[in-house]
Design a protein around this ligand. Sequence first.
Ligand SMILES: Nc1ncnc2c1ncn2[C@@H]1O[C@H](COP(=O)(O)OP(=O)(O)O)[C@@H](O)[C@H]1O
Ligand SMILES: [Mg+2]
Length: 396
Amino acid sequence: MRKVLIVTASRQQLPLIRRAKELGLKVVATDRDPNAVGFSSADVAEVVETLNWEAVLEVACRHQVSAVLTEQTDVAVPTVARVADAMGLPGIGADVALAASNKFQMRSRCLAAGLPMPQFRMCGNIEEAERAARDIGFPVIVKPTDSQASRGVTKVFVAARLEAAVTSAMAHSHSGTVMIEELMLGVESSVEAFVDGDHITTLAICDKTKCAPPYSYDIRLVYPGRFSRGTLDELQRTNEEVIRAVGIRMGITHGEYIVTERGVRLIEVAARGCGARVATDLLPAMTGADILGARILQVLGEPAPLEVRRHLAGVLDFIVLPPGRATHIDGLDAANAVPGVVGVELAVREGQSWGDVRSADGRHGYILAVGETVEAAMQAVSAARARLQIELAPDA
Ligand SMILES: Nc1ncnc2c1ncn2[C@@H]1O[C@H](COP(=O)(O)OP(=O)(O)O)[C@@H](O)[C@H]1O
Ligand SMILES: [Mg+2]
């Protein structure tokens, strides 16, 4: 029986673990957390720090795995690539993995390939950041060079707020550097794709509703994005150019863009699928394509045909509650049972309290739904939301 190594075993990896087992593979999973939810579905659980790629390599060698992969999380992408390189297994390559998870390298590669980019600088301290912001001109956006989920990302409109933003970005930066970028204006979009060598299949394109500044997390994603045909074509073309410029030759990708007055501009691209179960659940429901199956066959070095069978509309709607404490929660099963609903996740428990939401991590849950039209998918979301009972008390 062939074995695959899945790096990290959080809840988001469950669909991948399950699909691998359905394909008759034995699953070895690693995670730093001994209580990781995915361990219960894996055949073998190994507690290893994800960033320690040599320790993950040791696990891979000991179990003689035929493939190594991850999904949904950027942290594991460089580790997976290094382990694959070291074992001579299919992977995106360590240098590409780094470029796909480091915003400075990513933009530098795209710039070198002739793609228009917003102004950007990488800075190691507040003085450098002040100089960069002065050169670029306010407003700017400050973010860690290598994090995700909008952690430590702040839009800065006046110089007086820069230092706090840099401190917050530094706190989430693995490399100890931050990016200062020109703040682009426009509607945001993400382009979900599957890459197989030269061949790029665009699975879906959304428009996004964002939270209010100065934070930058998503409130809602609507597929297909409500853009003109010309803009949708430009998003698809730009995404293909970005994937080639960064050098990603396999796997699921998640590209984020802003449709500015001057055209489509890159925010970032990830060498993994869109989180919040979009790549693992929503896109398969919208397209009928076995995305995870193709991904697994691909890392095994086998042909990975991806057949898009339909084009349903899809919505990812985040639940963001006002500050307070949950006194009563009910209706999760009823919400999940609404026709068209692909999944409902709640990240809060009864008795839990919280403050203002500042990053994607702080959101309180989400609803995924599909429909023949965007309106039908939105109706399913509303029906699910109506069945969720979340009673709040102001937290004293
Ligand atoms: N240069 C920019 N101009 C305008 N908005 C930006 C820019 N860069 C990032 N953002 C906003 O901040 C969010 C988070 O930034 P991103 O680079 O995607 O970091 P993360 O890895 O945390 O998702 C983006 O989704 C977008 O809304
Ligand atoms: Mg992002």
